[in-house]
Design a protein around this ligand. Structure first.
Ligand code: SF4
Length: 250
């Protein structure tokens, strides 16, 4: 009986009311410095960054092996959610037998699958490569088209694919944003953005034209070998004095 008359619930109910005020008064967790809060890059600083990249590696190369625009296009389509090294392993033999849309169609989807079965999502990718080869033949005279919209209309090809092909095959000043470029654009504060498109447009806006042909590769290589996702190598980073990332380790 005594237990019933203790009314613990009413005591507890009083507690949150008392605590409500201190919560409001308590300062929030120390606001982490955000990229928005960091000093914006000046044009001179951006120029300096890319001058350093250029000095260290004047002619950066993409790591996807290819022998012509068509094989580049195929390699990029195959590289979605796969490593360049993994794609190269499969395409070395493939491109020896199928380096044109017609040869790819002649090879056929089933045999193509055999060549690329070590690559993730290879069934869907094989279907797309056959379909894009057919479309290149029926609509583009067997050539890789030169506009973004046309490339994006090909099965398996999106904006990133179009940007890579336009840049590497045709020398256009495009900025393909993969996971590395996305990370570097955000961390450094060069072009913060929530989506690859935001980062792409941000980078295009700040990078001087003289660097745009190679900027995509410099940023990819920087992300792949220096500004690593889990443990960035800030101590050997070429641009560590300019980088705005609040968590950089130097
Ligand atoms: S200083 Fe560190 S975080 Fe900044 S770009 Fe270099 S490696 Fe990346």
């Amino acid at each position: 009986m005594a237990k019933i008359t203790r009314k613990p619930a009413s005591r507890k109910a009083a507690v949150p009311k008392k605590k409500a005020k201190p919560v409001a008064a308590k300062p929030k967790a120390p606001a982490r410095k955000t990229l928005k809060a960091t000093r914006p890059w000046t044009p001179a600083e951006v120029h300096e960054v890319f001058s350093r990249f250029r000095k260290a590696n004047p002619e950066p190369k993409g790591e996807l092996e290819h022998v012509n625009p068509f094989t580049l296009l195929v390699a990029v389509v195959l590289s979605a959610q796969a490593t360049d090294a993994g794609v190269n392993k499969a395409t070395r033999a493939l491109f020896e037998v199928a380096d044109t849309p017609q040869k790819m169609l002649d090879l056929g989807e089933e045999r193509l699958r055999d060549y690329i079965k070590t690559i993730g999502l290879y069934r869907t990718k094989a279907k797309n490569v056959i379909a894009l080869s057919a479309k290149l033949l029926s609509e583009f005279g067997g050539q890789v088209p030169r506009t973004r919209a046309e490339i994006e209309s090909l099965p398996g090809a999106g904006r990133k694919t179009a940007n890579v092909v336009l840049n590497m095959a045709f020398g256009e000043h495009t900025m393909a944003v993969d996971t590395h470029v996305f990370r570097v654009g955000n961390r450094t504060g060069l072009a913060p953005g929530k989506t690859p498109l935001e980062v792409e447009l941000g980078l295009e806006k700040v990078i001087p034209a003289e660097f745009m042909l190679h900027a995509h590769h410099w940023l990819i290589l920087h992300g792949r070998y220096t500004c690593l996702a889990r443990k960035p190598r800030c101590e050997v980073c070429l641009i560590n004095d300019l980088c705005r990332w609040p968590e950089k380790t130097v």
